[in-house]
Ligand binder design. Sequence first.
Ligand SMILES: [Zn+2]
Length: 209
Amino acid sequence: MDNTTLKSLLHEYEQKRINANLKVENYKKEIYSKYPHLQEIEDKINILSINKINLILSSNFSEIKKIDTELNKLKLEKKGLLKKVNISEKDLQPFFECNICKDTGYTNENNKSVMCNCLKQKIFDIEYNKSNIGNVENENFSSFSLKYYSNEVNPEKFGLNISPRENIKKIKEISENFINNFDNPNEKNLLFTGNTGLRKNISLQLHSI
Ligand SMILES: [Zn+2]
């Protein structure tokens, strides 16, 4: 995978987060203008939450308890009000396509930032399409035809001592054998080569390495 794929995917993720946050902010504005009391509660919750962080930093535990009681009261009031006007609390939160990484592409595992499966899948899809393996439904061994390969034996023309048809038949057999033995750890890799200037599909040579 080249770096540009990851860069453009991360840019796409950033855009998704920006859009999700913007959407919820607009929705909140609309709701708060309709129900100003909801905005008041939200503002109080925000101020108390900031105060709580300061108290945590100064280890003022008795005051933290008081703030927690106040916060719980406000959250309950907000919940009740939302229910009354038939608004789901979920709708006031940004909607992310991936709940695991919140569309950041990364999650935390044992205090380490690791790539989320959603991002891995996207990279895989891009690389898979690049490899043309995506055409496997149409281009496979059962649709393979020998008729495109000449029966002529002409080493000068094809760079082969046998006809291109005989050659490709052998290559097909070796390839099928390779696939059937793919799980075998002793199975060797395949290297496809061909002379420069000659079309690889005609002058193709196959080596087990
Ligand atoms: Zn994710």
